[in-house]
Design a protein around this ligand. Structure first.
Ligand SMILES: *Cc1c(COP(=O)(O)O)cnc(C)c1O
Length: 229
């Protein structure tokens, strides 16, 4: 375990430096880019090590895994939900997570609105975009985004504060740039609050930052390759 802890510390230092460098290169401040630690399948001991290093945001994919691990995490660090979300699981995470990154359909948003309303709170969400138009992936298609944003605007207990994407694995920046353009366009809709572009994972975070991302979701580059279960 000591070895693994040291690896997380080394990875954290390296990735933070790279994020800072990428931010400066694109004319932004390093502190304006959020480095999220993605915790799926990761031992809470390692997650807490990342928190000790300075991680200030966790990303969870699975409701059940989150439920079983959250009490083992150091308190005080916000958690975002980033995985595919079924409407019947919404009730377990509202009031507990800071931001839901993966809203891509009105039926899901309505359920979030309903549960958040019951708890008298407004749930911040991102709209997930399927920028690569991949059939296997969730997310709204780019051309359907404006209509979905307009519909979401009518929900009193849901607040959209940006966009999220998982682009196709790709060595160039075509999809990242397309997403940046879509994000900027969405920001021009009157009343839109496009503050967060959640884009970039272990393989592409520096490129994503170059294309305007201000929140990178990093798992394996920080914690090591995931063991499948
Ligand atoms: C697993 C996951 C990540 C992190 O992936 P890595 O390639 O391990 O960094 C980021 N975002 C989402 C939505 C994920 O499911």
């Amino acid at each position: 375990m000591d070895n693994k802890l040291q690896t997380v510390r080394d990875n954290y230092a390296r990735i933070s430096a790279e994020i800072g460098e990428a931010a400066l290169k694109s004319g932004r401040k390093p502190e304006n880019i959020t480095f999220m630690a993605v915790t799926k399948t990761v031992d809470p001991v390692l997650v807490n090590c990342a928190i000790d290093c300075g991680i200030s945001l966790l990303g969870e994919n699975r409701v059940q895994e989150y439920e079983s691990k959250k009490d083992a995490y150091r308190p005080g660090v916000p958690v975002d939900f980033i995985g595919a979300l079924q409407s019947n699981k919404v009730k377990y995470i509202i009031g507990s997570v800071r931001l839901i990154h993966s809203v891509d359909r009105m039926s899901l948003a309505k359920e979030i609105d309903r549960i958040a309303g019951k708890q008298e709170l407004v749930q911040d969400i991102l709209v997930e975009v399927n920028i690569g138009r991949e059939e296997t992936k969730s997310g709204v298609l780019p051309e359907a985004l404006p209509a979905l944003l307009a519909e979401l605007d009518a929900l009193p207990h849901v607040h959209v504060c940006g966009l999220m994407t998982i682009p196709p694995p790709c060595s160039d920046t075509t999809y990242l740039q397309a997403m940046q353009e879509l994000f900027l366009q969405a920001g021009e809709i009157p009343g839109a609050d496009m503050r967060i572009l959640s884009m970039g994972m272990s393989d592409d975070y520096t490129k994503a930052i170059a294309c305007g991302s201000n929140l990178v979701r990093i798992g394996s580059a920080l914690f090591g390759a995931r063991v499948c279960r």
